[in-house]
Each structure stands twice: as structure tokens, then as C-alpha cells.
Design a protein around this ligand. Structure first.
Ligand code: NAD
Ligand code: UDP
Ligand code: UDP
Length: 318
């Protein structure tokens, strides 16, 4: 790639699950990548293979504090994403979303960088509309245990759109739905990691409630492709844009697929359904299809195979 095309790209939360895949893809596309992370949920293992690359830099930093750098693009992913992690220190979670967004927007404003926010389907809360289009305003409890994450992300979206209106920044907001793949946390309590770990260790698979609730899971490579397309879309497309897989499956079907692929002897057991557990969550991706020409391509079985291989390797290392 010519020097003129090589961009300096900042990825906050770059040592996390999605961030590490994004850093990898940006380097493969010929860019200069600066990964910023405070290692709250991310690990050096996720990016160890990138450290030898001269176009990759790693900075330990907490985004709730100001950061002065010169970059062309910013992907703001820093934020714990699973309930176990974001409820560990809820005040810090809100600070990360809100102060983190203010600092990264301030940075983008000063250096005139384009900036993308990793928002979430959780801004829709417990939705009363299925599937969820971007113009649905959501149904979020502002004082509940999930609010530090949901409301923090909603406020970050507000800041992105106010910096766009008030300061003319080029902003991009992606609303990411359930994503899975290698480098997910084995102990984050999410269904894909729980079921795979349980299957590989021949422990019972815990179906919460009847197991008839549905989710739609997007494989990480597809998701990263969507983030890159959004960042590179026309300047006037700020979003928000839903990125996720509209194909739904029940938790029983997911468990069965993982049992088949692992050949596990695990039994299926039922456990109580957590409070406020949505019966279904599914993105409407018409906007991403139309404006980004994007839709997920990796079938669940294929994505699960790579994810299982990753967890097998983790277990061998223990
Ligand atoms: P992750 O926990 O693996 O990654 C988050 C990263 O941010 C970690 O490396 C963590 O150490 C870092 N971090 C946290 N607080 C920080 C701070 N104050 N300063 C600097 N770094 C900090 O989670 P992920 O699944 O990769 O999620 C990445 C982003 O995507 C998050 O913003 C999350 O809200 C969003 N998202 C993810 C999903 C999903 O299904 N994985 C769905 C919706 C939205
Ligand atoms: N900021 C930063 N890096 C920069 C520029 C700004 O971290 O390169 C932070 C700075 O701490 C500030 C915040 O971003 O508090 C918002 O910046 P902005 O210029 O919008 O507002 P102000 O400086 O007026 O508070
Ligand atoms: N779930 C389950 N067993 C588990 C973990 C989760 O049946 O061991 C269910 C959970 O009740 C929910 C679905 O799987 O209905 C997805 O849960 P996850 O926490 O992964 O994501 P979210 O609820 O945020 O979509």
C-alpha cells in the first residue's frame, strides 16, 4: 500500500474480543494501528501475535482520561460487554462509555479524525418491537442493574450525534447484536461460551428457562467486515446502523448444535431464567444491506467450529 493510503487508526478496547480481530484486519489492510486498552477484560494474549508487526503499537491507557495523539480514524470499542463484567464496577462502566466517548470525540475534533462508536442492541432494552429497526427508540429501565451499560451506551450515542451537529464531526454509530467467535471470554457467562465450555468439559449444559427463547448470533469476521464498511461509507451516513445476524435460533437448537460438533456427553439441564431475559432479540438489517451492501455470510455451524477449536486450545494450555 502506498504511504498516502496508509491510515493511522486508533482502536480503543483493542485487546478485547472484537478489538483484537479489528486490529488484525486493519493491519492486514495495510494500516498503522494504535491499540489502546486498560486490560480490564482484554488480555495481551489476544494481541501477542501482533506485537512483532512494526505497524502495530500498544498503549496501556484508560479512556476515561484524556488522550493526546495524532490519528486519522478512531474505532471506540473500549467498554466491558457482558453483564458479569459491566456489573463488577457499574460506575466505572458508565464512566467508560460517557467520559470515554467525550475524550475520544474531543480527540477526533482536535485532529479532525473520523470516529466510529461500538454501540449495542442493548440500547433497545427489552424491546416491544421485533425485529428491531434503528428508528425504534427502545425500552430501557434507567435505574436497573443493566442501566450502567445500556444508558451509558445511549448517552454515548447522544454525544456522537451532538458532536456531529455542533462541531461537524464525521461520526459512525454501529449497534452491534450478539457476536461470537474465537477470543470470546470463556467465563463471561454468555450462552455461547458457557455451552461450549460445558460441552468440552462434559459438564451439564445449562438451559435457562425452557430454552425456547431465541437469539441471533453473528460470527466475528462478519461483524468486523460490517464495522469496516460502516467506517468507509459515505460521510453523511452516521447511522445508527444495526449489525447482527437476522437468522434466529432457540437456545435448545444452539445446545444441540454444540453437542453435535463437540461429540460431548453433556446432559441438558434447566436452570431458572434470569430476570428481564428477553424472549427474543433479532436485528432488522435492511439499512446495512442497502447502504453497506452487508449481511452475515458465515453459517452458525461453521462459526461454532472455529470457536470450539479456540476453546479447545485454551483448555489445552491450562
Ligand atoms: P471485550 O470486553 O472483550 O472488549 C472490551 C475491551 O475494552 C477490553 O479489552 C477491555 O480491557 C477494554 N476496556 C474496558 N474499559 C476500558 C477503559 N476504561 N479504557 C480502556 N480500555 C477499556 O468486549 P467485546 O465483546 O470485544 O466488545 C467490544 C465493544 O463492542 C464494546 O464496546 C461492547 O459494548 C460492544 N459490543 C459487543 C457485543 C458482543 O456481542 N461482543 C455486542 C454489542 C456491543
Ligand atoms: N481531549 C482528549 N484529547 C484531545 C482533545 C481533547 O482527550 O486530543 C479530551 C479533553 O480532555 C476534553 C474532552 O476531550 O475534556 C472533550 O474535548 P472538547 O474539545 O470537545 O471539549 P473541551 O476541551 O472544551 O472540554
Ligand atoms: N442462557 C442459557 N444458558 C446459559 C447462558 C445463557 O440458556 O448458560 C440464555 C439466556 O437466558 C438468554 C440467552 O441464553 O436467553 C442469551 O444469553 P446471553 O447472556 O449470551 O446474551 P443476551 O441475553 O444478552 O442476549
Amino acid at each position: 500500500m502506498s504511504y498516502a493510503m496508509r491510515k493511522r487508526v486508533l482502536v480503543t478496547g483493542g485487546a478485547g474480543f472484537l478489538g483484537s480481530h479489528l486490529c488484525e484486519r486493519l493491519l492486514a489492510n495495510g494500516h498503522d494501528v494504535l491499540c489502546v486498552d486498560n486490560f480490564f477484560t482484554g488480555t495481551k494474549d489476544n494481541i501477542a501475535h501482533l506485537l512483532a508487526n512494526p505497524y502495530f503499537e500498544l498503549l496501556r491507557h484508560d479512556v476515561t482520561f484524556p488522550l493526546y495523539l495524532e490519528v486519522d480514524e478512531i474505532y471506540n470499542l473500549a467498554c466491558p460487554a457482558s453483564p458479569i463484567h459491566y456489573q463488577f464496577d457499574p460506575v466505572q462502566t458508565t464512566k467508560t462509555s460517557v467520559h470515554g466517548a467525550i475524550n475520544m470525540l474531543g480527540l477526533a475534533k482536535r485532529v479532525k479524525a473520523k470516529i466510529l462508536q461500538a454501540s449495542t442492541s442493548e440500547v433497545y432494552g427489552d424491546p416491544s418491537v421485533h425485529p428491531q429497526p434503528e428508528h425504534y427508540w427502545g425500552n430501557v429501565n434507567p435505574i436497573g442493574q443493566r442501566a450502567c451499560y445500556d444508558e451509558g451506551k445511549r448517552c454515548a450515542e447522544t454525544l456522537f450525534f451532538d458532536y456531529r451537529r455542533q462541531h461537524g464531526l464525521i461520526v459512525k454509530v454501529a449497534r452491534i447484536f450478539n457476536t461470537y467467535g474465537p477470543r470470546m471470554h470463556p467465563n463471561d457467562g454468555r450462552v455461547v461460551s458457557n455451552f461450549i465450555m460445558q460441552a468440552l468439559e462434559n459438564r451439564p449444559i445449562t438451559l435457562y428457562g425452557e430454552g425456547t427463547q431465541t437469539r441471533s448470533f453473528c460470527y466475528v469476521n462478519d461483524l468486523i467486515d460490517g464495522l469496516l464498511r460502516l467506517m468507509n461509507s459515505a460521510d453523511e451516513l452516521a447511522g445508527p446502523v444495526n449489525l447482527g445476524n437476522p437468522w434466529q435460533c432457540t437456545m435448545i437448537e444452539l445446545a444441540q448444535a454444540i453437542l453435535d460438533l463437540t461429540g460431548s456427553r453433556s446432559a441438558l439441564v434447566h436452570a431458572p431464567l434470569p430476570p428481564d431475559d428477553p424472549q427474543q432479540r433479532r436485528p432488522d438489517i435492511a439499512l446495512a444491506r442497502e447502504r453497506l451492501d452487508w449481511e452475515p455470510r458465515v453459517p452458525l455451524h461453521e462459526g461454532l467450529q472455529s470457536t470450539i477449536a479456540y476453546f479447545e486450545q485454551l483448555l489445552r494450555r491450562r
